[in-house]
Ligand binder design. Structure first.
Ligand SMILES: [Zn+2]
Length: 259
């Protein structure tokens, strides 16, 4: 089984975007144990299915990544990708200028820290310019959120990102086409393992919020792990239908929260 793991913030709030420091440390111990291969995102997608493998991703670029996640990942030589929101770098996750109930408003890394991470080997991907729901923007605004994001990151960091994550996991046919033209890989929030025939512009991920309790990630590959994954995916699907929002990914099933 191959899967892309999603984290957002390492903090103690218990919010849907949060994994505690202790839970993250336990994940790192397991990831560094050799139980599965941990590959850079691009390598995971081209790897065969003969070996279990994961790629580690962090959305939004929280400052706590710099202090609480990067040191542990780098010490264990675990590759990771951070998806950055250029117009909020050095600011906070108050997307649209307002906070969301249940989601903590937290500081994001500045360009200096992002540059340090890139030099240390952390991969930086794009997460739109302003953390916009791409299914809701069209024309020049859509172009600006996707291609404009690359240009801003290249200007600040001297390096063009080749990977992308959709804010809120929100994507439709048009935005997927625009993203596919610009990036080698793009990640949704569809909760499942990677399949050989997956569209590289619509890659699924496993949100580690659902695997934050002790032993849940470590059960990787077991029947219990697979049934837990299936149940979580069903639960998210049902909640979306109840909330009248429907699947986020056109023609596929996906979920997502305010991140
Ligand atoms: Zn996000």
């Amino acid at each position: 089984m191959r899967a892309i793991l999603t984290y957002h913030s390492i903090d103690e709030s218990g919010s849907p975007i949060s994994v505690s420091r202790e839970a993250f440390r336990a994940h790192v111990r397991w990831l560094a144990s050799g139980a599965v291969r941990v590959l850079p995102l691009a390598d995971l997608i081209t790897a065969d299915d003969a070996h279990d493998a994961v790629a580690i991703t962090f959305d939004d670029g929280f400052l706590n990544f710099f202090h609480d996640a990067a040191p542990a990942l780098l010490e264990a030589s675990l590759p990771a990708t951070v998806f950055v929101v250029p117009e909020h770098v050095g600011g906070s996750n108050d997307w649209g200028g307002q906070s969301v109930p249940g989601i903590p408003t937290l500081s994001l890394m500045d360009w200096k820290r992002l540059g340090e991470l890139a030099r240390a080997g952390v991969s930086l991907g794009a997460h739109t310019r302003r953390h916009r729901d791409l299914s809701q923007v069209r024309g020049a605004a859509l172009e600006d959120e996707v291609a404009g994001c690359v240009e801003r990151m290249a200007a600040e960091l001297g390096h063009r990102p080749t990977t992308f994550a959709y804010p809120y996991g929100a994507v439709d046919a048009l935005s997927a086409t625009v993203v596919r033209d610009v990036f080698a890989l793009a990640c949704t929030t569809e909760l499942r393992a990677v399949r050989r025939d997956d569209d590289r512009a619509l890659l699924p991920r496993l949100d580690m919020f659902y695997f934050r309790e002790r032993g849940q990630l470590e059960a990787w590959g077991s029947a219990a792990f697979r049934s837990r994954l299936w149940l979580r995916a069903q639960g998210r699907r049902v909640r979306r239908l109840v909330q009248g929002r429907g699947p986020r990914v056109t023609g596929r099933v996906a979920g997502g929260h305010a991140a």
